[in-house]
Design a protein around this ligand. Structure first.
Ligand SMILES: NC(=O)c1ccc[n+]([C@@H]2O[C@H](COP(=O)([O-])OP(=O)(O)OC[C@H]3O[C@@H](n4cnc5c(N)ncnc54)[C@H](O)[C@@H]3O)[C@@H](O)[C@H]2O)c1
Length: 366
């Protein structure tokens, strides 16, 4: 990708990807966004410290934007934080002709996208993702929202950003654990749609990847193809939810029970292990495919250990999954590596069985 820029159209939003992406933003602020009356920039304390100065160095107009800093972390992706954002925007005179610039990981783009989209019945926002997770997934596709009682993304709407600017150099300051978190979604993108990309990912340890540009582009293309065919998740887009029914359950469980919660990607990685087991039991994934998937996930991610007593709570959490239909869990499963099928109705007994296997496996792996 080098210095060049790629421009994709994803669910109606132009997405600029590459080392010149921020120059594109600088230009757009003086052209397509020149009529905006006021500018706001949303950051958390980490992206304020690490990313904001880099952004201002390339896009000096950003200094004129009113800065809103929210505390980092999934536990702050809430309506309470949204209310703080709305209050600050209101006091600073935001209106429908303002623009909100989200500079951060998926927590910031989900929350900021939601906050902007309902403020004054909708003001425009752009995303500048700074984590691998948000570059390849959260910032694109138009899903916005916040959690409710630690249940993931219960409040939100589809509201595409006016544009997305992906500048991979932001990854230089991203902590390794957060890089790994995004890598989990990258593995998922490969697993559901592209066996060749999966082989490429497992052909070398993640730690030796120094230039992420091409990986980012490949992962985005997978999501883009799916989202453009089904922007409102009426069918095919659900493929992207592989690993997420149980992944979200692990994440909610951890937010409620652990002093320091696991990351979204760690939760999705564990969710994929369980859902690979279910795929093997009911969707045709081979024994070999399942074992390969589990092996490579565990090479990268620590096994998140849960006690057997946690299984009831985890199954209960899946009752709140947004994909459920008429009270039944609906999952995306793998038929093969690189080939997924959505809309699979799974009984609680099967979810319980997968978690029981996971728990035993976890105990024997200690
Ligand atoms: N809307 C979607 O389609 C979609 C898709 C996938 C994930 N998500 C959501 O995204 C969220 C997870 O995103 P995330 O993994 O980016 O988490 P995050 O936004 O919480 O960021 C992780 C941590 O990294 C820090 N950080 C981010 N960029 C940094 C940088 N360049 N340098 C230093 N520190 C940096 C953040 O401050 C935070 O502490 C979850 O809420 C998940 O539900 C949404």
């Amino acid at each position: 990708m080098a210095k060049k820029i790629k421009i994709l159209n994803i669910a109606g939003s132009p997405v600029y990807i590459g080392q010149s992406a921020l120059e594109e933003l600088r230009y757009n602020l003086n052209t397509i966004f020149a009529s905006k009356e006021t500018f706001f920039i949303l950051v958390d304390e980490n992206t304020d410290k690490h990313c904001y100065p880099q952004l201002v160095a390339i896009v000096p107009q950003i200094e004129k934007a009113y800065k809103i800093v929210v505390p980092s972390g999934e536990e702050n992706k809430t309506l309470t934080t949204c209310e703080q954002v709305w209050n600050q925007m209101a006091v600073a005179g935001a209106n429908r002709k303002s623009l909100l610039i989200n500079l951060g990981g998926g927590m910031i783009s989900d929350l900021g996208g939601f906050a902007a989209s309902v403020y004054h019945r909708g003001m425009q926002y752009v995303n500048i993702p700074t984590s691998l997770m948000s570059m390849i997934d959260a910032s694109i596709g138009g899903k916005t929202g916040v959690d409710l009682y630690s249940l993931k993304n219960q409040i939100g709407l589809f509201a595409p950003p006016a544009a997305v600017y992906i500048w991979p150099s932001f990854l230089a300051t991203l902590p390794h654990r957060q890089l790994l978190s995004g890598y989990a979604e990258m593995m998922k993108h490969a697993l559901i749609a592209d066996a060749d990309f999966w082989r490429k990912l497992i052909s070398m340890p993640m730690a030796v990847i120094s230039n992420w540009d091409d990986y980012i582009l490949e992962a985005i293309r997978i999501k883009s193809d799916i989202v453009n065919r089904d922007p409102y998740e009426e069918g095919e887009r659900r493929l992207l939810n592989f690993g997420h029914t149980l992944g979200h359950a692990f994440e909610t469980y951890s937010l409620r029970n652990d002093k320091s919660a696991i990351t979204h990607g760690e939760a999705v990685a564990m969710g994929m292990i369980c859902e690979a087991y279910i795929s093997y039991r009911v969707a045709g994934l081979s024994h070999t495919g399942r074992d390969e998937l589990v092996k490579h996930l565990l090479l990268n991610f620590n096994h998140y250990k849960i006690p057997v007593e946690a299984i009831d709570e985890l199954v209960e959490i899946t009752n709140y999954d947004k994909k459920n239909r008429k009270g039944h869990a609906m999952m995306t499963l793998l038929r093969d590596i690189g080939q997924a099928v959505e809309g699979q109705q799974i009984e609680p007994a099967m979810i319980r069985e997968s978690l029981f296997r996971y728990t035993n496996f976890s105990e024997s792996a200690q």
